[in-house]
Ligand binder design. Structure first.
Ligand code: NAP
Ligand code: ZN
Length: 348
């Protein structure tokens, strides 16, 4: 089907209006009209080819909320008019042990990214949510719970699940002491979700500038990671640290903050980090781990949790044609705390 979006046609080129064809719907697909799409730092990495594997033209966007406008004859879960959401994946093999466990993000055959993937049947390059329409198999469409504000829900589909999943994997609950490095899109969701689970939350930001925000978001304190004295005083005070920093950085200053058996889980930078010392790891029985997004079952669980607890991101709504300026602001961490594109601003 013909649709329109905003694409980046080469590295360092601004995103611009782009008309293209979505693949023809298959019997188990729903066709969505996209209403809102969040702006993740991964979108910026993708447009800038930071990971080295961008395929152009590239349409980013994997925090997608919309309405079903058509459903194939084999679709059983959704009907026209339903509000649905799509995150970072649109397909997986559905047969391997990880898919069967509902951990499609870890599919042995690789999941199909909402952008930057290749359709498993047509082999076409997938294009993301900065567009009017999306075609997706029903298993990868999430139900937006009634009562969840549609305009704000989109960032839950990546920033929400990417931080919810490690909080669940490491059994965070009342009494857990959680640190969050970087108060951006993912970081502010990590704070809200961890606080919603009853944890004691410490934000680790580069400066004190976001202290009032951190407390308002539900954190118990903000620690400036550049304040060596304050960092030394906080030694052994955390069970889990979620690291959302989007660039190459040094983990060593953070490791002593973990208590025995504590884990620093990287959800931000994909690629090399500065050389980590094994001293705090070995002597303190601490761990460094990583975590990618989350599975479909867990994503639905997260949406339902957010609806029940009324947890939503703090968003700044933008028009589609403001995306290049939004990217510049995202690059300098000038967003409080997630841009969301109102897709009604894009003429069909
Ligand atoms: P974001 O909104 O830009 O937030 C990143 C935060 O990191 C900033 O607000 C800033 O917090 C801190 N930061 C920025 N530059 C820094 C630097 N040079 N040194 C130290 N800290 C810095 O980004 P996001 O959308 O949350 O995404 C964060 C990262 O997660 C990206 O790399 C993205 O690709 C990745 N990601 C991974 C997954 C996954 O599946 N694992 C999913 C989604 C996104 P302060 O100002 O508080 O220091
Ligand atoms: Zn993302």
């Amino acid at each position: 089907m013909k649709t329109v979006g905003f694409a980046c046609t080469a590295v360092n080129e601004p995103l611009a209006r782009f008309t293209f064809d979505r693949r023809a719907p298959r019997p188990n697909d729903v066709v969505m009209e996209i209403l809102y799409c969040g702006v993740c730092h991964s979108d910026l990495h993708w447009a800038r080819n930071d990971w080295g594997w961008t395929v152009f033209p590239a349409i980013p966007g994997h925090e997608i909320v919309g309405r079903v406008i058509d459903a194939g004859p084999e679709v059983t879960r959704y009907k026209i008019g339903d509000h649905v959401a799509v995150g970072c994946m649109v397909d997986s093999c559905q047969h391997c042990d990880q898919c069967k466990k509902g951990e499609e993000q870890l599919c042995r055959d690789g999941n199909t990214g909402t952008y930057g993937g290749f359709d498993r049947f047509t082999k076409e390059h997938t294009l993301g949510g900065y567009s009017k329409h999306l075609v997706v198999r029903e298993e990868f469409a999430l139900r937006v719970p009634d009562g969840l504000d549609l305009a704000k829900a989109a960032p839950l589909l990546c920033a929400g699940i990417t931080t919810y999943s490690p909080l669940r994997t490491w059994n965070v609950g009342p009494g857990s002491r959680v640190g969050v490095i970087g108060l951006g899109g993912l970081g502010h969701m990590a704070v809200k979700l961890a606080a919603g689970m009853g944890a004691d939350v410490t934000v680790l930001s580069r400066t004190k500038d976001k202290e009032a925000d951190a407390l308002a978001l539900g954190a118990d304190r903000l620690l400036a990671s550049t304040d060596a004295d304050a960092m030394a005083k906080a030694a052994n005070s955390l069970d889990l640290i979620i690291d959302t920093v989007p660039v190459k950085h040094d983990l060593n200053p953070y490791m002593p903050l973990l208590d025995v058996d504590g884990t620093l889980v990287i959800v931000g930078q994909i690629g090399p980090v500065a050389e980590p010392s094994t001293v705090p790891l070995v002597l303190g029985r601490r761990r460094i781990a990583g975590s990618p997004i989350g599975g479909i079952r867990e994503t639905q669980e997260m949406l339902d949790f957010c609806a029940k607890k009324n947890i939503l991101p703090d968003v700044e709504m933008i028009r589609m044609d403001e995306i290049n300026h939004a990217f510049e602001r995202l690059e300098r961490a000038d967003v409080r705390y997630r841009f969301v594109i109102d897709m009604a601003s894009l003429e069909g």
